[in-house]
Design a protein around this ligand. Sequence first.
Ligand code: HPA
Length: 269
Amino acid sequence: MIQEAKRYIEIRTPLRPRIAVVLGSGLGAFADELTAATPIPYAEIPGWPQSTAVGHAGRLIFGKLGGSLEVAVMAGRAHLYEGHPMSAVTHGVRVLGALGVRSIVFTNAAGGINLNLSRGGLVLIGDHINLQGSNPLAGPNDDSLGPRFPDMSEAYSREYRDIARQVASEQGIAVSEGVYAAMLGPSYETPAEIRFLRAIGADVVGMSTVPEVIVANYLGIKVLGISCVTNMAAGMLPQKINHQEVLETGVMVRDTLVRYLKALLPRLV
Ligand code: HPA
């Protein structure tokens, strides 16, 4: 299936990007920045899982950023909470890897756990805690793709984080750094779960990214992760959490995130 998708995409576009961006819930605007773009709806790509989450466009876009840098953008991703297996959730990363992508910037919407965070803030992911109860690499290993027991001690490239902090300061964009905890969802956490996550060292919480980052590392792809704090996590404010708020915050930070990614991507190659 990976090879079929690869061949299909190679026929649809002459571009061969080395860098890709995965856009999270409500964060799809960046795709509009690409020129000479070939958008390919996921439904047209052999074996590509359909994402059903509201706020996820569901297409792969190949194009150029700033006129020359070739970029692949995944607008929308498959989540475990939709009922997809790990293989589907990580399918896109595996196909991008097969196509020659060597760097991926993952963005996501996340709940803020750290008391210093606020809604609309951007967090560079420094590390993660996998609480999804599974691992995308479980099962037989193809030694030609990556090792049986891949190292995860620098799952989010230190070099990329340094560059990302530098670019943020040049652009006057506030970013912090933190640990991302991945939950299965789709229910939001309880206040007790958030206190637990804070106690074990998580700064933000979400329902994606970690499986994809594990597979990217396995394939030798360098990773940068950026969380957008779309809401404060459960129990931190005297209000309930709803998906609408998550999407609205995406709209709120849209221009900043687009400006950030435009400045950042050329520096990661
Ligand atoms: N929890 C889990 N996932 C999320 C949240 C949250 O509060 N906000 C956005 N994605």
